[in-house]
Structures are given as C-alpha cells and as structure tokens.
Ligand binder design. Structure first.
Ligand code: NAD
Length: 508
C-alpha cells in the first residue's frame, strides 16, 4: 500500500446533520409513526442526516396526492412554455445551491467533493435540456387517408410516475428522470435511496420555490420494503422509472405486472473496453484507469473489464498498474481527492469476496486486492485492484463487482474481442481503442450495448440517449427518447363532413 497515492483526513469540519422529511402534497411531513433513519458519512463515521423513515401510509398519501394533481390538470394542462419556464427556474436554483447540495452528496455517498460539485452543476443542464423538450411535444398528422378523413396521433403524459433511485449518483440519476417526466406533463412520487436521501429533499424545496404546483412532485423517504414496493405495485401509478440493481429491477417488473403499468429500468453493467495494438496506448490506459476507479467503481458504467490484444497485454497492463498508483484515493472532502470511500462496510466485504473468489479460481493479482487504510478516517476504502489471467467464465468477468477492481482478459482478433464483449448478460456500455476507424465501427456495430464509446470513455450529453440492452435495462433516458418514455400515444381519427357510410339499411 505504500506505493499508492493516499490523501489522509483533511480535517474539514462537518456541518450539522440535515433533517429530512417527506414532501407530500406540498407540505413537509414527518412519518406518521415518527420513525427516522440516520445516515453516517461512510468516510468519516459521523452523523450527517436524519431522515423520516416512511412506510405504506406515506407512500399511499404521496400516490394519492400525485394522482389528484395529475387528474385535475394543474400541471398536465399547462402549456409547454409554462412548464419549461419552471424547469428553467429549477436549473438556476440548482446552480445557486450547488455547493450545499454537493456537500451532502459527498457526505452521504463518500464520493469526492470535486466530483459531486461537477455532477450537481452538470445536472442543471439536464433540467435546461428537458425544459426545451417541454415546448416540442409533437405527434403526427395524417392527411392522406382519403378526402373525408383526417388523422392525428397525439402524445400525452403517461400520468403518475414512481421514480426510484439508487445511492451511487443520487442527484444526477434523479435529474435524468424527473425533469423529463415533468416536461411531459406527468406527476411524480420520488423515492431516493435510504442511504442518500438529502439532495432529493433539497431539490423538493427548490421545486416549490420555482413555482411547481403542490402535489406535482411528492417525495417519500424510506427503504425498498415497503415504500419502493408500494410505488411499484400501486394501481393508481401509471409508470415506474427505476434505476438500481438488476435483481431489484426484476422484482419491479413482477410488482408492476399486476396492473401492467409501464416500466423503465436502468440497471447494472459489466462494461468492456477493447484495446487494439494500434491505439493511442497512453490515452487508452488513462481512460481504462479512469473507467474503473471513477466513483470507486460504484458506477453502472464502470469499465470493469478490459479486453487487451495479446500482443500488447503485458505492456498495457503495466501502464494501467503504474497509473493506478498515481490515482489519489482518500478523504472525499479534500478537493484533490479523485476516489473516495465505499458506500458501506457491507459493500466492501462483497467486493473483497469477488476478488478472493477470482484468485481462488486461478486469476492473479497485479495490484491491490484488499481494504485501504486512509490515515485519520474510519473508512471503508478499497485499494485500486488489477486482476489478470481472468477467464470469461469466472464470476469476476461476468458479475458487476461495483468496486475499484479491473479484470484483464486477452484476445487475438477483432471477432474475438466482439465475442468477449458480448459474452455477458449485461449490455449497458462498451468502448474501443484503435486508430483504425474500421476496427472502431466494426466493434461499435457488433457489440450489443446501449452506448459505445470509441477512443473515449463515459462522455455523455443531454442530447444523446442512454440505456441498456438485455439485463442492463429497458427503455431510454435523456435525449429526445428520454421525453418519449414519459409519453403515451393516442390516435384520433376524424371524419370530415357528413360522410359516415351508413351500416344499417333502413330502406325497404
Ligand atoms: P438497489 O437496487 O439496491 O436499490 C435501488 C433503489 O431501489 C433504492 O432506492 C432502494 O431503496 C430501492 N429498492 C430496494 N428494494 C426494492 C424493492 N423490493 N422494491 C422497490 N424498490 C426497492 O441498487 P443500489 O445498490 O442502490 O444501486 C446500485 C445498482 O444500481 C447497481 O447495480 C448499478 O449498476 C445500478 N445503477 C444503474 C444505473 C444505470 O443507469 N443503468 C445507474 C446507476 C446505478
């Protein structure tokens, strides 16, 4: 561990814990039974928020409020330009408050403060982009159905949407969903992860300040059971938009099946980057290092598998190991920190179990492989870890480890690289590094994943949609499709003049 870059406790004072309540029908409420849930900063071990712990009663009340707000048209009947004006105001307020929001995002999740600031600020752009879409909700008209017919295909809001989010990018993921649902005219019940509820609550206050009518967005704090389950199954909910683990996502589909409500899922990934000998190896090694350690690997887009051409496998792995030693792990409150704490001790044990199982199965450790000590902080932290000799059948090559652990696999041909990339139950994202455009395009077209990066990693834009193939999810977020997810389609066939061809013969 001595040759890693570790930043010790920065000694920054922690703020008073944030007190979070539910937002139901425009008012801030404690739980009916008075229960609360404490969140300790994973890095610092200190209390940073105490949130109301909701149950079925709060979930029911929030769904009722959202249903009433949708059905009376207080939001869905507002012209797109008015909805857009409010979303734009929210974006300004997010920018105004981004320092405070980023601080709690860091304290609850363990992510570096510089990264949290970037995520909150960039999320404002998602709100602005969605505001633009609110003014362009268009369907089709049909003018070639014959002289006595005119057809219109209308786009309408789906209705009441349950939004359930995870702990790894609490505010960013919420902003991939909520402004698009609001742009469409939907009303919502939001349940953040019980580990990272505060920035969602802070956003609730900004929504009211921006002038969003009461009841349009409701927030229920609490755990998957029972709150998430009620939001997924309730007959008064028209759609569930979920981001989280594939296992829980499958449960959401089963829960939603009772009423056949619409389901959108953003789930896990086991995302490969393929590196060819003609690539800019310096850039590729840097991107692979970034891809695996960003957010301590607790990222659906984690580049947790690198596929390296056998001719350069040794040289490339050595480069990544060397760069790994320079990545600054440590106190999330130190602005120089690049990689912070894991979300929980239990998650750290899970990551370690994956690494040990791979080693027992014949893989070899090139770097790391255990918990990381950060002077002055209780943790949990995990060492940057590179495992080579990983076979495609090993769990480490197939399962989402969700930690700073890179699996290195070798290939000989383009076809083999594509086959290896596709040899997974997931299909969220993939990357290719080569100076040959034909290699890049063949890989991009051959790999079954929702996003392909060529000579880059994790570039994203509000304009370009995001989502997964296979067990990485269904539906799409952001971009134009991010709005379409929250729209229903209605066909209106209009007969012109009195041309109805009589069906009943009344003449004798
Ligand atoms: P998780 O599935 O444990 O929890 C996600 C949310 O679902 C939380 O709010 C949780 O309280 C809730 N939940 C738990 N059980 C539930 C149930 N039975 N019914 C309804 N809701 C329930 O996931 P997590 O551990 O918070 O997040 C990590 C996972 O999220 C990883 O698998 C990661 O890949 C995935 N993720 C995917 C994307 C993407 O866009 N594809 C983005 C970020 C994270």
């Amino acid at each position: 561990m001595r040759d890693l870059s570790i930043l010790p406790a920065a000694g920054a004072p922690l703020p008073e814990p944030f007190e979070g309540r539910h937002l139901i029908d425009g008012s801030w409420r404690p739980s009916a039974d008075g229960r609360t849930l404490d969140r300790l900063s994973p890095a610092h071990g200190a209390l940073v928020s105490r949130s109301a712990l909701g149950g079925e009663a709060e979930a029911e009340a929030a769904i009722r409020a959202a249903r009433a707000a949708f059905d009376d048209g207080r939001w869905s009947a507002r012209p797109g330009r008015e909805r857009a004006a409010i979303l734009l105001r929210v974006a300004d307020l997010i920018e105004r408050d981004h320092e405070r929001m980023a601080l709690w995002e860091t304290l609850e999740s363990g992510k570096p403060i510089t990264q949290a600031r970037g995520e909150v600020k960039r999320a404002a752009d998602l709100w602005r982009f969605a505001a633009g879409l609110a003014r362009g909700i268009v369907g089709e008209t049909h003018n070639a159905l014959g002289p006595d017919m005119l057809g219109a295909v209308l786009k309408e809001p789906v209705g009441v949407v349950s939004i359930i989010t995870p702990w790894n990018f609490p505010f960013w993921i919420l902003s991939q969903k909520l402004p698009f649902a609001l742009a469409a005219g939907c009303t919502c019940v939001v349940k953040p992860s019980e580990m990272t509820p505060t920035t969602t609550v802070m956003l609730g206050a900004l929504l009211l300040e921006a002038g969003l009518p009461e009841g349009v967005v409701n927030i229920v704090l609490g755990e998957g059971r029972p709150v998430g389950e009620v939001l997924a199954a309730h007959p008064a909910v028209d759609m569930v938009s979920f981001t989280g683990s594939t296992a829980v996502g499958k449960g959401i589909v089963r829960a939603a099946a009772g009423t056949l409500k619409k389901v959108a899922l953003e789930l896990g990934g086991k995302n490969p980057q393929a590196v060819f000998p003609d690539a800019d190896l310096e850039a590729a090694a840097d991107a692979v290092t970034f891809g695996v350690y960003f957010n301590v690997g607790q990222c659906c887009n984690s580049g947790s598998r690198v596929l390296v051409h056998r001719a350069i496998a040794e040289e490339f792995t050595a480069r990544v190991v060397d760069l790994s030693r320079h990545v600054r792990f440590g106190d999330p409150l130190d602005p120089r920190t690049q990689v912070g704490a894991l979300v929980s001790e239990a998650h750290g044990r899970k990551i370690h179990g994956h690494v040990q199982a791979a080693l027992a199965d014949g893989a070899t450790l090139r770097l790391g492989g255990g918990p990381l000590e950060v002077p002055g902080l209780p943790g949990p932290f995990y060492q940057p870890t590179v495992v080579e000799g990983v076979r495609p059948d090993m769990a480490l090559a197939r399962e989402e480890v969700f930690g700073p652990v890179l699996s290195v696999l070798a290939f000989d041909t383009l076809e083999e690289a594509i086959a290896l990339a596709n040899d997974a139950s997931y299909g969220l994202s993939a990357g290719v590094w080569s100076e040959n455009v034909h290699t890049c395009l063949a890989f991009a077209r051959g790999v079954r994943a929702g996003t392909i990066w060529t000579n880059t990693w994790m570039d994203g834009f509000p304009e370009m949609t995001f989502g997964g193939y296979r067990e990485s999810g269904q539906g799409r977020e952001i971009g134009r499709q991010g709005l379409e997810e929250f729209l229903e389609t209605k066909t209106v066939a209009m007969r012109l003049g009195r041309t109805w061809p009589r069906w009943v013969e009344t003449a004798p």
